[in-house]
Design a binder for this molecule. Structure first.
Ligand code: EPZ
Length: 447
């Protein structure tokens, strides 16, 4: 039953270290090996998929991140029992192995306090509705990078027969008697989250669902493959047309979280910025081809090796290359800020167009503190390269913006302090450890 009640015994943040700062002294080249962790944006929907079955879902290579801990709290609120298992080939660099078990969904309400802490938690609406035929989930609201509405989710679930109402800031969704029903639908614009949710919901619907203009991001493919391992019938994976044939129930599975393509790109841009020679272990270059093509045009050498991707850069100023963010397989919006950091020291002028989110340039003002010359007009930032950046006190504003400041700090002259790094902890595992092992002077200041 859906219950409207304050969530008992649930902490509403996952213990973020709110006041920690990162100190960097720039100028060192990066040399060595950086292990790429499991992808945050793959792990989150996979964890949510555990709600679809009463059996055990075991996920390997789950990154140790604040967003993962936050989602654990959210899932526990629905009755999911989560236990950490010894990771296969366990060493300090391997991801976690988490086991999720939900014999019974104890609560179909996802309260405001939990959903507002992390937008992706809204995605529980798909599995709750599919399995329990009802859900009451708080609207996630806007966030620092834009308004981020949920209309595609609601239209998609309505197409599967759900009745949807908005009640005091909550989406109240009810499936028809007998459950959701397969349907043909087309998203007006590519949405990763809406594709995840409708695909999960359709696995338990009666009949066939066809999703046109589906997101093709590797994380969507990762989720689809996990759902298949759980007994779902899905075809068209990695294409814009997904076909899901509903089944009676899903069963348990063991599945690996994909290596993080955004973390891979972030460290590749960091090496491009500082110069050096780094192997990004476990990286899958095929999942960020557009970004790597741009990186090569800027003057960086890339070598695909067994076990990862090697990035070799001279440390000279990069060539300026224009970029436009696009859904996969285009240049990812989640690497736009990091790329802008690289362009601040280019030998020319680069235009960076953000087409996915309407407000994803908050890092511009912070990069300017390093002496970067950037002007913004609408969705286009024009970055005029300068010969040298100066270390500065800066403030992290969102996850990817934060790490762009770290990249700038690694190349800047003198000391940089990045404040409010709890954003970084949401999505980058042991960032300062990974970079300092490759020679960067970077450490965390705990207040
Ligand atoms: C996912 O967000 C990622 N989050 C984001 O990563 C990423 O930036 C984004 O996809 C795009 O690649 C996770 O995977 C947890 P969307 P999502 O729905 O699914 C509009 C990071 O830094 N839209 O693909 O929320 C929306 O406003 C994060 O790790 C609607 O209009 O993004 C945006 O303009 C940030 N209505 C566009 O679609 C809707 O109902 C694409 O958003 C849904 C989306």
């Amino acid at each position: 039953m859906s219950r409207r009640k304050p969530t008992k015994g649930v902490k509403h943040t996952a213990g973020l270290e709110m006041m920690d700062r990162i100190r960097i002294v720039g100028g060192n080249k990066l040399d060595g090996v950086i292990p790429i962790s499991g992808a945050k944006n793959a792990a989150l929907p996979l964890m949510i998929a555990s709600l679809l079955t009463s059996q055990k879902l075991v996920l390997n290579n789950v990154p140790r991140l604040a967003d993962v801990r936050q989602l654990q709290l959210i899932l526990e609120n629905h009755g999911v029992d989560i236990t950490a298992q010894p990771a296969p080939g366990s060493d300090e660099l391997s991801g976690q192995c988490l086991e999720f078990s939900t014999p019974v969904i104890s609560d179909t309400c996802a309260p405001y306090e939990l959903v507002s802490a992390m937008r992706a938690s809204f995605w529980v609406i798909g599995p709750l509705l599919a399995r329990e035929h009802e859900a009451r989930v708080s609207l996630p609201g806007g966030c620092a990078i834009g308004t981020r509405p949920v209309d595609f989710f609601l239209d998609g679930l309505s197409a599967l027969g759900a009745e949807i109402e908005i009640d005091e800031g909550y989406v109240v969704a009810k499936a028809p008697r007998g459950g959701l029903v397969g349907a043909k639908l087309r998203f007006p614009k590519v949405s990763v989250g809406a594709t995840h949710v409708v695909m999960m919901a359709a696995t338990l619907a009666r009949g066939t669902t066809i999703i046109e203009n589906a997101a093709q991001e590797p994380e969507v493919g990762n989720l689809a493959r996990c759902l298949i391992a759980m007994g779902a019938k899905i075809s068209g994976i990695d294409s814009p047309r997904l076909v899901v044939e509903g089944v009676e129930s899903l069963h348990g599975a063991v599945f690996d979280v994909l290596p993080d393509r955004i973390e891979t790109g972030t460290y590749a841009f960091a090496v491009a910025m500082t110069g050096g020679n780094v192997l990004l272990a476990n990286a899958r270059p095929e999942n960020l081809r557009a970004a790597l093509d741009v990186l090569e045009l800027t003057g960086v050498a890339l070598e695909e090796e067994e076990g990862g991707l090697r990035v070799i850069a001279s440390g000279q100023r990069a060539r300026a290359v224009d970029v436009e963010t696009q859904p996969f397989p285009g240049f990812p919006t989640d690497l736009q800020a990091q790329y802008m950091a690289l362009m601040t020291r280019s030998t020319g002028t680069a235009k960076i167009r953000e087409t996915i989110f309407e407000n994803r340039f908050m890092h511009v003002a912070e990069l300017a503190r390093f002496g970067a010359q950037i002007s913004v007009e609408g969705q286009v930032a024009t970055v005029k390269g300068v010969p040298e950046l100066q270390g500065a006190q800066v403030m992290a504003t969102d996850l990817r913006a934060s790490v762009s400041l770290v990249i700038a700090g690694l190349a800047a002259k003198g000391e940089t302090i990045v404040n409010r790094i709890y954003h970084l902890d949401r999505g980058f595992e042991r960032l300062e450890d990974k970079l300092s092992r490759c020679g960067a002077e970077i450490n965390r200041l705990r207040d």
